[in-house]
Design a protein around this ligand. Structure first.
Ligand code: SAM
Length: 482
C-alpha cells in the first residue's frame, strides 16, 4: 500500500488515499471543537510585519477541519478572514481574462464533457490560424489582454505544433490599440519536452484541472483515451515544472466526487508542489459541472449547493493565501458576487465556450463545452466590478517582467502590491476605459482611478502612474508597467 509522502514524485504517494481518509475522519471528529477552530482561524489570519504582511496558511488537515465545521459564527469568521487575506495580498484588484477555444476534437472518453469521442452528433471544429486571428481581433475589440486557450486532446488534430502556432499567432495580432499580452494554456497532460516548448513560446500559466483526486472515480470518469492514466495526469504539473514552467494552475471539477475528499487532495497537491519545487500553484480554479450538449449535471451525485461552494472557496483562501483564485462564467452573477468577497482574484468575462464563438454575432451553442451562466458583456462585468469597489485589472506585468513562480510570491509577501500591482491595474484600466468602455463605465472608471491613485504610498510611483494615465488619455501610447 502506498505511504503518504508529499516529496514523492509518485501520484499515489503525494495524493495519498489513506492520508485523505484519515484527514476526513480527523476533520469530522474535530468539526465542533471550537477551541481548535479558533486556533486555526488565528493561525490563518494575516499578520502585519515591518515590510508588509504575512500569512501562515493551513495544512490540508487543518483546513479540512474548517471545511467540516458547521458552527455559524466560526463560518462567518472564516469568510471575514478570507476577505482580509485577499485584500492583504491582492488588494481590491480583480484580474480579467477570457477563454479561447481552439479545437473540440478529442480522443478521450470523459463522461462529463460533451467533447468526448463517442459524441457523434456534436460538430467537430478546429480553428485555422486565420480564424484564430479573427477570434483574437474580436477579443481585443472587447478589451481583453489575457487569454486562456483551450483544446481537446487529439494528437492528430491538435498536436503540440498546432498549439504553438496558435500561441504565436495570438501574440502577433495587434489590432488598433489592442494586443494579447499573456496566453495561459489549458491542454491535456503532456511530456516534459512539450512543456519546454510551451515555455519557450512564452505562455503564462499552464492550467490542468485534476477533475477528481479520487483514483477509482477518476478511472471510471475517464474510461477511455490517454486521459484514463491517473498517474500520468496527476504528475503532469511536476513535468511542467521540469520543463521550466513555474506558474501552474490547479483545479477540481466539483460535482464529480465528494467535495471534502477533493478539497484535501487539492491542498495536498499544492503542498507537494511547494515541497518539491519550492513554489506552490500560481492559481486554483473552482469549476462546477454544468449542463452541456449530451451532459446532465444531475447524473453526477456529488453536486454542491451555493453555500457549500462559497465555504469551500473561503477555506482554500485560508489554506493557500498567496495563490490566485479563479472563478469562471460557469457561475451566475450572484454566485460570482459572493465569491469575490471570499478571496477570488481572477474572473473571466464575456466568455464563449464554443470553437469560433467570438466572431459570431449571436452566441453559438453547437460546439459549446458547457452552458455559460454569466452572459454579460465585458463592459457590464467591468462596471459591475467597479460598482462593488473592485478594480478591474488587465495587468500582465509580472510575467512579462519575469516575476513568475517564487519571484511573484515574494512580491506578494513583501507588501509591494500597492506600489506595483495597484498602479499597473489602474494604468491597464485606463487603457480599457479609453479604448473600449461605454460612456457610463468610462465615467465611473475615471472617478475610481482618481480615488485609487491617492492610495499609492510612494510619491514617485504615484507621479509616474499619473503621468502615464495622462498619456493614455491624450495619445495612443499604451502598455506602461512597473
Ligand atoms: N482537454 C483538456 C484536458 O484534458 O485537461 C482541458 C481543456 S477542457 C476544454 C477544460 C476543462 O473544462 C476540463 O478540464 C473540465 O474540468 C471542464 N469541463 C469539461 N466538461 C465540463 C462541464 N460539463 N461543465 C463544466 N466544466 C467542464
Amino acid at each position: 500500500m502506498a505511504v503518504y509522502d508529499p516529496k514523492s514524485m509518485k501520484a499515489d504517494e503525494f495524493i495519498n488515499d489513506g492520508e485523505i481518509l484519515e484527514t476526513l475522519a480527523y476533520a469530522e471528529a474535530h468539526k465542533n471543537d471550537a477551541e481548535l477552530i479558533d486556533r486555526l482561524l488565528e493561525k490563518a489570519r494575516p499578520k502585519k510585519t515591518d515590510t508588509g504582511c504575512v500569512c501562515a496558511g493551513l495544512t490540508h488537515r487543518e483546513a479540512s477541519v474548517l471545511l467540516a465545521c458547521e458552527i455559524p459564527e466560526k463560518v462567518a469568521r472564516m469568510y471575514e478572514i478570507a476577505e482580509e487575506i485577499k485584500l492583504a495580498f491582492y488588494g481590491n484588484r480583480i484580474v480579467i481574462f477570457a477563454p479561447l477555444y481552439l479545437s473540440n476534437y478529442c480522443v478521450n472518453g470523459c463522461v462529463y464533457c460533451p467533447y468526448h469521442l463517442k459524441n457523434k452528433h456534436i460538430p467537430r471544429k478546429k480553428l485555422t490560424l486565420e480564424e484564430v486571428r479573427a477570434e483574437v481581433i474580436a477579443l481585443q475589440d472587447m478589451g481583453h489582454k489575457r487569454l486562456a486557450i483551450e483544446a481537446g486532446e487529439d494528437p492528430v488534430h491538435n498536436p503540440i505544433e498546432y498549439i504553438l502556432d496558435c500561441v504565436s499567432t495570438i501574440y502577433s495580432v495587434h489590432h488598433k490599440n489592442g494586443d494579447i499580452r499573456r496566453v495561459n494554456v489549458n491542454i491535456a497532460a503532456t511530456t516534459v519536452e512539450n512543456y519546454r516548448k510551451l515555455k519557450e513560446a512564452g505562455i503564462g500559466t499552464y492550467i490542468l484541472f485534476q477533475e477528481t483526486y479520487h483514483r477509482k472515480s477518476y478511472e471510471e470518469l475517464h474510461p477511455t483515451g490517454p486521459k484514463h492514466d491517473y498517474a500520468y495526469h496527476t504528475e503532469a504539473m511536476d513535468r511542467a515544472m521540469e520543463g521550466g514552467i513555474d506558474d501552474v494552475g490547479l483545479g477540481v471539477l466539483f460535482g464529480l466526487e465528494l467535495y471534502k475528499y477533493e478539497f484535501a487532495g487539492l491542498l495536498m497537491h499544492a503542498e507537494h508542489l511547494e515541497a518539491v519545487h519550492g513554489v506552490g500553484p500560481h492559481t486554483i480554479s473552482v469549476p462546477r459541472v454544468k449542463k452541456a450538449d449530451d451532459i446532465d449535471p444531475a447524473a453526477f451525485d456529488n453536486g454542491i449547493d451555493d453555500e457549500t461552494f462559497i465555504k469551500l472557496a473561503a477555506c482554500i483562501r485560508l489554506a493557500v493565501p498567496y495563490t490566485g483564485m479563479i472563478i469562471s462564467t460557469r457561475e451566475s452573477e450572484q454566485v460570482r458576487q459572493r465569491m469575490l468577497q471570499v478571496g477570488i482574484s481572477q474572473i473571466s468575462g464575456a466568455s464563449r465556450t464554443s470553437v469560433g464563438g467570438y466572431t459570431e454575432a449571436e452566441r453559438p451553442h453547437d460546439t459549446e463545452q458547457f452552458d455559460v451562466s454569466d452572459q454579460r458583456t465585458l463592459d457590464d462585468v467591468v462596471r459591475w466590478l467597479m460598482e462593488s469597489g473592485h478594480i478591474p485589472s488587465f495587468c500582465t506585468a509580472c510575467y512579462r517582467e519575469g516575476r513568475t513562480g517564487d519571484r511573484f510570491m515574494s512580491l506578494c509577501k513583501n507588501g509591494q502590491i500597492l506600489n506595483c500591482c495597484h498602479p499597473n491595474a489602474l494604468m491597464t484600466l485606463a487603457e480599457y476605459l479609453e479604448d473600449y468602455a461605454g460612456p457610463e463605465t468610462k465615467a465611473l472608471g475615471y472617478r475610481m482611478i482618481e480615488e485609487e491613485l491617492k492610495r499609492i504610498p510612494k510619491e514617485k510611483v504615484r507621479a509616474i502612474a499619473e503621468q502615464n494615465i495622462r498619456d493614455i488619455r491624450s495619445s495612443n501610447r499604451r502598455d506602461f508597467r512597473f
